[in-house]
Design a protein. Structure first.
Length: 122
């Protein structure tokens, strides 16, 4: 499986997890990132173990892939691997969606996911 395919697979896993545990359908639209943002603070309510290190690791992997895939699909981004880390190159900007998700999960709403995607639309 290529790196790009791996990211797409993780993004689909995010879609399935959110549907199963949060009962929300994500459609890979830019607007869906706002829905995902709204779920971050509900992790403690919907996932056993809440924001345990295992859950944060899982959500970082799959939600980061989802976030990156939205950027790729709608804003002209492409996946790349840089020193073993997933990055999205969009309009000449390289960004790390997985890092953004991890910061949002662990450090709070100042790392808003929708605003992160919005910065790439410009």
């Amino acid at each position: 499986m290529s790196f790009d395919e791996s990211m797409k697979t993780d993004a689909l896993e995010a879609q399935k997890l959110v549907r199963k545990f949060f009962v929300v359908d994500l459609d890979f639209s830019v607007a869906s990132v706002q829905e995902l943002e709204g779920l971050v603070d509900d992790v403690d309510l919907y996932l056993r173990g809440g924001k345990s290190s295992e859950n944060v690791e899982l959500l970082t992997r799959i939600w980061g892939a989802y976030l990156g895939e939205v950027i790729c699909r709608h804003l002209g981004g492409t996946w790349a691997e840089e020193d073993g880390v997933a990055v999205v190159d969009c309009n000449g900007k390289r960004t790390r969606p997985h890092d953004q998700v991890q910061r949002r999960l662990t450090d709070g709403d100042e790392h808003n996911l929708a605003q992160f995607v919005g910065r790439h639309a410009n």
